[in-house]
Design a binder for this molecule. Structure first.
Ligand SMILES: [Mg+2]
Length: 147
């Protein structure tokens, strides 16, 4: 089974970065890189490493900015990958999908009957037709149950 994570609002506190929305609207990708972690990521990394050793795959499915250009999409992808490398350096992701804003998340991954952690209720409702989803508040608790 694959365990997927959204980034913005789930792992990364994008929405509390000063001026995040104006910055995104002016095609500045820095907020994605500056966002603080939303949970204890060193503990999360340990859980993920352990789950992988037990045969689970782990992945990221995250949307790019709503305001998109080919050039800005590229910058956002770089910022999101930098955030992952900085905050979860020991995690080797089996899948990373950084996709156009609004893409249904079950369309762009290998295991759409897996688990998805996502702060967006609409995304979760759609995912639950095939897989199982949880909000950002349940990450640690749910992962501990999978151990
Ligand atoms: Mg989100």
């Amino acid at each position: 089974m694959t365990i997927y994570f959204d980034m913005d609002g789930t792992l990364a506190d994008l929405y509390n970065v000063d001026g995040w929305l104006e910055k995104l609207r002016s095609f500045d990708s820095q907020p994605y890189e500056e966002a603080e972690p939303l949970c204890d990521l060193s503990y999360l990394a340990r859980l993920l490493n352990f789950l992988q050793k037990n045969g689970h795959d782990i992945g990221i499915i995250s949307w790019l900015s709503k305001d998109a250009t080919a050039e800005y999409d590229k910058a956002v992808r770089i910022s999101k990958k930098r955030w992952l490398a900085k905050h979860l350096p020991s995690v080797v992701w089996d899948e990373i999908h950084l996709v156009k804003y609004g893409t249904p998340k079950h369309f762009c991954c290998q295991d759409n009957s897996g688990i998805l952690f996502d702060d967006n209720e609409d995304v979760r409702r759609l995912w639950d037709k095939r897989g199982k989803s949880f909000s950002e508040n349940d990450i640690i608790e749910v992962l501990k149950e999978l151990l």
